[in-house]
Design a protein around this ligand. Structure first.
Ligand code: AMP
Ligand code: ZN
Length: 119
């Protein structure tokens, strides 16, 4: 059923605690943890606790939780003190855009100069 935990999903296992992560924030609906392969001094992933394969399907089914992910992404940026220097919130969507984990997640990247357009 949509939104239910998926047994083969890495990020569902982080939500359940079956796989460890360096959690930096948690809310009723979201978890934020450090990316295992950071691409910037701050690289945190914010995920909904419910399982949807990407950001658009999350927003279509659970718009309030999609908003919670964005609110928490902003809170991470403030916690990490990158809100004053600038940061990026990224939702890779589809394998052609580099998505490798099909549980919706926001990347929060900052702490270094960020090129535009991204590669
Ligand atoms: P994406 O490529 O947009 O799907 O992002 C998936 C991200 O998850 C990548 O940046 C990975 O480095 C990260 N990742 C994969 N496994 C873990 C893990 N066990 N803990 C934290 N981050 C992870
Ligand atoms: Zn999942």
């Amino acid at each position: 059923m949509a939104g239910e935990p998926q047994t083969d999903c890495l990020f569902c296992k982080i939500v359940s605690g079956d796989i460890p992560a360096t959690i930096v924030r948690e809310s009723a609906t979201t978890v934020a943890f450090r990316d295992i392969n950071p691409q910037a001094p701050t690289h945190v992933l914010v995920i909904p606790k419910v399982h949807y394969p990407d950001a658009a399907s999350l927003a279509a089914a659970e718009p309030q939780i999609a908003a919670d992910v964005l609110t928490e992404a902003g809170a991470v940026a403030a916690d990490e003190k990158i809100d004053s220097t600038g940061y990026r919130i990224i939702f890779n969507t589809g394998s052609g855009a580099g998505q490798t984990v099909f549980h919706a997640h926001a990347h929060v990247l900052g702490g270094r100069g960020l090129q535009w357009p991204p590669g």
